[in-house]
Design a protein around this ligand. Structure first.
Ligand SMILES: [Zn+2]
Length: 404
């Protein structure tokens, strides 16, 4: 294997042995031991390392502590990742980065240069190594690069929303008997032939509907041919795609529907469609809902016609600049932007300004919009400035001098 040969070449050329020097294992009491001692925490550490290491990168100093293949020293990535090398291929490869550094310059063997060229990597785009400094590992998620267990936990933990099934299943509009069945099904507590087999009941499991697969809950609810047709029929009626294979996916499918249809969709998914108007969401239906509601024989409530309300924008006095500012974020925290338009007493634009401000809350972005608008106006020589913002909270914050 090219990588292995190359590693050997690097190790031999620079006088390093291929095998790492054997370290003596010490017992708790400090005495050296020669036998194997299983660790109860090492498997946990290994799991955490797999998550933590890819989130670190190296600032190259003398390169002595950086693993040439596995560590992230190439713009936050490792050679292993860029070249898509498996751990098996890299077994025994222990070359460190200082082996390709000479007098603070890159000295790359031909074979490695070939591999780098093949992947479009130019080491000269990196900062030059500095043999007088030690390598420094940086924890990427923190601004200062310091590792803390807290930030690692926040980074690694799964933040996916979990479905609160009690709120989904137990509704006034669904008959308790149906809710009870749905409750068992979402928690997979229903008795199937497969679950009985697990309790050591001797039987041959076979789906009683299609008679060609074993009978477990996933098959009965989502994979059986008959059930497929049934879901497709229901999905067609709602004009959605039947591409779901779990309760969560099926219910999420309904999020694209209007609130009124969403309730109806939920009932359909949980196993009982209640065709009564009273049980449905009180919100009004739109024209797109017409066909679906007609299909289920439900009468439509139409949305109220929109009302047009008067609203005025007043010109500023002579010599005064009027700023209209706005800030918005997609989610709270989320990617945020600010925008400012500035007009003079004649109503003509002095400047218009907008920019992305990274990830923050809508409140902070409203505040930044005002601050940056005023900064630009002052830099253009205006001293009398009138700021109009659409955020009552931010206006109150500025008026009471409580700006974050
Ligand atoms: Zn089946």
């Amino acid at each position: 294997m090219l990588v292995d040969m190359l590693n050997q070449h690097i190790s031999e050329a620079y006088g390093r042995s291929k095998k790492p020097s054997c370290k003596t294992t010490l017992a708790k009491e400090g005495e050296s031991i020669a036998f194997h001692k299983p660790s109860t925490i090492w498997s946990g550490i290994k799991l955490a390392l797999a998550e933590v290491l890819p989130r670190t990168h190296w600032i190259i100093g003398n390169g002595k502590t950086i693993d040439l293949w596995r560590d992230c020293w190439l713009h936050g990535q490792s050679l292993q990742h860029i070249m898509n090398l498996s751990s098996d291929i890299l077994k025994g490869c222990i070359a460190t980065l200082d082996m390709i550094i000479h007098n603070d310059e890159w000295r790359i063997p031909k074979e490695l240069q070939f591999l780098l060229d093949e992947h479009g990597i130019d080491l000269h785009s990196l900062e030059k190594p500095n043999s007088s400094a030690a390598d420094e590992r940086v924890w990427t998620p923190e601004l200062r690069g310091n590792f803390t267990v807290k930030s690692a936990f926040v980074e690694i933990r799964s933040t996916l929303a979990t479905t609160c099934w009690s709120r989904v299943v137990w509704k006034n509009s669904i008959h308790p008997q149906l809710s009870a069945i749905a409750w068992k099904l979402v928690y997979k507590c229903a008795t199937t032939q497969e679950s009985m087999k697990k309790k050591e009941v001797q039987l041959t499991s076979r789906c009683c509907v299609c008679r060609c697969n074993s009978e477990d809950l996933d098959h009965l609810l989502w994979n059986c041919g008959f059930v497929h047709d049934l879901w497709k029929w229901i999905a067609d009626k709602f004009q959605v795609e039947a591409t779901f294979a779990s309760f969560t996916e099926a219910i999420n499918m309904g999020t694209c529907l209007s609130p009124r249809l969403r309730d109806l969709w939920l009932f359909a998914v949980l196993g009982g469609v209640m065709l009564t108007n009273a049980s449905l969401s009180k919100s009004f239906s739109n024209l797109q809902d017409k066909d679906v509601l007609n299909n289920w024989g439900i009468e439509r409530k139409l949305r109220r016609a929109p009302r047009i309300q008067p609203c005025w924008w007043t010109l500023p006095d002579n010599g005064v600049l009027k700023l209209n500012t706005d800030g918005a974020s997609k989610g709270n925290h989320g990617p945020a932007v600010v925008g400012v338009s500035a007009r003079n007493s004649g109503g003509s634009f002095e400047f218009v300004y907008c920019r992305n401000i990274g990830v923050t809350t809508s409140y902070v972005s409203e505040c930044i919009a005002i601050l940056e608008g005023i900064e630009i106006a002052v830099s253009k020589g205006y001293t009398a400035i009138w700021v109009e913002s659409d955020s009552k909270v931010v206006a109150a914050a500025y008026n009471t001098k409580n700006i974050p």
